[in-house]
Design a protein around this ligand. Structure first.
Ligand code: SF4
Length: 253
């Protein structure tokens, strides 16, 4: 708390006490000296550490990952307390899959089941995602890696806040740098907007190709959206077929 806030509270208490008692009591006779508290918070949340972190992390994934294996990077992610989601998570969910995948699948953030197990896309939406991937010959055990924009569960499955996405994004950048996927499939609006830095309408732009550092990126509907609305399954399937054609072409070259 800042010194001036403490002084305001002190003055209010003093006034209330004097009003109740009809006089100023001894304990309020002298004016104490107020000082600013040291900033209480998570590592990385003070201005100085934020600046240090930004220097270390922002846009510097190659440097950050220099010499780091995927396991070492993910071990770093597991220890992270950089944003407020660290306070409410049960487990960090760095990602899952093979180290040199054809495809990186990016979701928004862990849900309840993922948070409990520490693994991405393991609930109902995860089962559907696995089926969608299998339909175009993809599998997290053999040729995919699955990660999220934020690695810790937002409470009540709310969307991750912009500051949480910003705090976590350098981890995903670093993962992409290590994984070097041939293509990226973004599940839903938040993933594609963060990857491209653009405002995207998922209804209007699903199935379009974008690019991230030279890697083709396609957004499609998040499996949770497909579970809520069956009618989206047909356009999602068309997206996946288009995605596979492009992947096949890349692999053929
Ligand atoms: Fe760290 Fe990302 Fe978890 Fe926030 S969401 S605590 S930045 S790993």
């Amino acid at each position: 708390m800042k010194a001036e806030d403490k002084k305001i509270i002190y003055t209010l208490l003093k006034t209330a006490d004097a009003y109740e008692c009809g006089y100023t009591r001894e304990k309020f006779a002298g004016e104490p000296v107020f000082a600013n508290d040291t900033e209480l918070s998570f590592p990385g949340s003070t201005r100085e550490s934020r600046q240090n972190r930004d220097v270390e992390m922002s846009g510097s994934s190659p440097n950050m990952t220099q010499g780091l294996s995927l396991d070492e990077l993910n071990a770093k992610i597991l220890r992270c307390t950089r944003c407020g989601l660290a306070r409410t998570r049960n487990n960090v969910v760095p990602g899952m899959g093979v180290e040199h995948p054809d495809v990186l699948v990016i979701g928004e953030g862990p849900g309840h089941d993922e948070d409990m197990q520490g693994l991405p896309f393991v609930g109902k939406a995860g089962v559907l995602l696995d089926r969608m991937l299998a339909a175009i010959g993809l599998d997290r055990k053999s040729n995919c890696y699955i990660a999220n924009i934020v690695k810790c569960r937002p409470p009540e499955n709310r969307n991750p806040m912009p500051d949480e996405q910003a705090a976590c994004f350098s981890f995903l950048e670093a993962q992409i740098h290590i994984l070097k996927p041939k293509m990226i499939l973004c599940m839903g609006k938040i993933a594609i907007e963060k990857i491209t830095g653009q405002n995207i309408s998922i209804n209007a732009q699903h199935g379009e190709f974008f690019e991230y550092n030279g890697i083709p990126v396609m957004p499609t509907y998040h499996p949770s959206a497909l579970l809520r609305n069956e009618e989206l399954k047909r356009p999602a399937w068309e997206d996946l077929k288009k995605f596979k054609r492009r992947l096949d072409a890349i692999k053929a070259n």
